[in-house]
Design a protein around this ligand. Structure first.
Ligand code: FRU
Length: 480
């Protein structure tokens, strides 16, 4: 093992011993200790799922990026692996930034961005970013192969390669910034080493559409082509684009060798507080799956005081609705974590709160909108979060309440049409993920309930509400 990797491993062991677990996830991927952000290199190869993530193993803050690594045989139970990449060569001296993984005839190959600060550390105006390869024959130990693609003149930010194979070639999309506007550039190669520029597949038309587009991903879904990316600098508009940065997609059509014709404008993928840098991959059976970083840049992260920061969402499956909307649902594999089923059937609340119980992690319920005239009705996680239908505003609101770290406030979506609202909710020690009407909308937020304040309940304010088909499960831990 190289010195930098060995050092990082030692550090993680030391930090791991001090980690506190009040907020540590039970069924979400997270580092053993230290910091993580974007999911990287998601792949199923030789029958094994691999998830890598941006990682700083030296403390709980972002710093020189490494790639942490975990593997799974079933997408739900995971095992930590040794850190896969550490920065240190002249081309990746200050960070092994985000990227992807491909199966190159059985060889697990990582394509990542080597990041170098040319001026002061943290001076974003003076950086060098190149795309690099690393390969592994055993799926655990990686050998760096060096840079394969440098930024063209005039492009300073040039990162987060996502590569796939199609029509006999390798294709790569890269996020870039040119003249203070975000763009996604497309490259083509026959051998993963020699890359030719193809075209810009999409770009911001003005500053309101973002100064940098991070973490692009480009893939077919049903009859359409999705360009998923994480733009920085989008202007907030009403209820939209409320977070520090966004993640969403353009929909259109694309054939190798042709332009990407956009049929639908940018749409956010998740309406919660904490969802960024999503990356997709294909499951062994062809489903398009996704993980995202379940946090947001510059947000308070109370778990830092416990020696760790950052988690990924649960794996989600993407599909396309008849109306051309990308739907996200929990991957079906997650049901394997379910313990005994608790069932309440129909629950009516009138100006009251009904406690369902503690140690419940997945809640399924239907709100009968037609039969609920309460001004607000929904579910709560202790005092830390509420998910409710605001009858007057006609919105579904996710509200979190942790005044101490400054994490209070709401995210919401317009109520979908229909008389009922089907909700599938995952509550871990410091997160809530809400799937609405089979993936029509999602809201993902970090929440920080105090110990002893984690019970789930149903409530109705100023009137009555009818919930039906209420059921819940305790979920098992994902760690082997
Ligand atoms: C997105 C991002 C990427 C970059 C990585 C660095 O969250 O900023 O663009 O590669 O994080 O950690």
């Amino acid at each position: 093992m190289r010195k930098t990797l060995a050092q990082a491993e030692q550090m993680i062991e030391a930090l791991r011993a001090q980690r506190q677990d009040a907020y540590y996830p039970r069924f979400h991927l997270a580092a053993q200790a230290g910091w993580i952000n974007d999911p990287n290199g998601l792949i199923c190869i030789n029958g094994v799922y691999h998830a890598f993530y941006q990682h700083h193993p030296y403390d709980e803050n972002w710093g020189p990026m490494h790639w942490a690594h975990a593997t799974s045989n079933d997408l739900v139970h995971w095992q930590h692996q040794p850190i896969a990449l550490a920065p240190g060569e002249d081309y990746d001296r200050d960070g092994c930034f985000s990227g992807c993984a491909v199966d190159d005839e059985g060889v697990l190959t990582l394509i990542y961005t080597g990041h170098v600060w040319l001026g002061k550390i943290g001076d974003d105006d003076q950086v060098r970013e190149v795309q690099c390869l690393a390969t592994s024959h055993d799926g655990v130990n990686f050998v760096k192969q060096g840079p394969v693609l440098a930024a063209p003149p005039g492009i300073q930010h040039f990162r987060d390669p996502k590569v796939w194979r199609e029509a006999g070639s390798w294709w790569m999309v890269i996020g870039a910034k040119e003249n203070q506007l975000g763009q996604v550039r497309l490259y083509r190669s026959s051998d993963l080493r020699d890359w030719q520029f193809e075209r810009i597949i999409a770009q911001a038309q003005d500053a309101a559409q973002g100064y940098m587009w991070e973490c692009p991903d480009f893939f077919p879904l049903a009859e359409q082509q999705v360009l998923l990316f994480s733009p920085q600098g989008l202007a907030a508009q009403g209820y939209r684009n409320r977070n520090r940065f966004q993640s969403g997609y353009l929909l259109g059509h694309w054939q190798p060798g042709q332009d990407f014709t956009v049929t639908q404008p940018f749409c956010e993928l998740d309406a919660g507080h904490d969802f960024y840098a999503p990356q997709t991959f294909t499951a062994a059976d062809g489903r398009r799956l996704l993980f995202a970083w379940m946090d947001m840049w510059e947000s308070a992260m109370p778990s830092k005081a416990h020696g760790w920061a950052g988690a990924l969402t649960v794996p989600r499956e993407l599909s396309l609705s008849a109306q051309g909307k990308v739907l996200m649902n929990p991957a079906s594999e997650l049901s394997a974590l379910r313990g005994e089923q608790r069932q309440w059937g129909a629950v009516n609340c009138h100006n009251q709160q009904q406690i369902l119980g503690s140690n419940l992690h997945e809640l399924l319920m239907t709100v009968n909108l037609a039969a609920s005239e309460a001004e607000r009705c929904g579910m709560a996680v202790g005092k830390a979060a509420r998910l409710y239908v605001d009858h007057q505003a006609r919105r579904l609101v996710l509200e979190r309440f942790s005044p101490e770290p400054g994490l209070c406030g709401c995210r919401s979506i317009g109520l979908p049409g229909g008389d009922t609202l089907r909700l599938r909710i995952f509550v871990d020690r410091s997160s809530i993920e809400v799937f609405v009407n089979q993936g029509e909308a999602c809201l993902t937020s970090r929440i920080y309930p105090a110990d002893g304040d984690r019970h789930l309940s149903l409530f109705a304010e100023a009137g009555s509400a009818q919930f039906t088909d209420v059921q819940a499960w305790e979920l098992a831990s994902i760690w082997r």
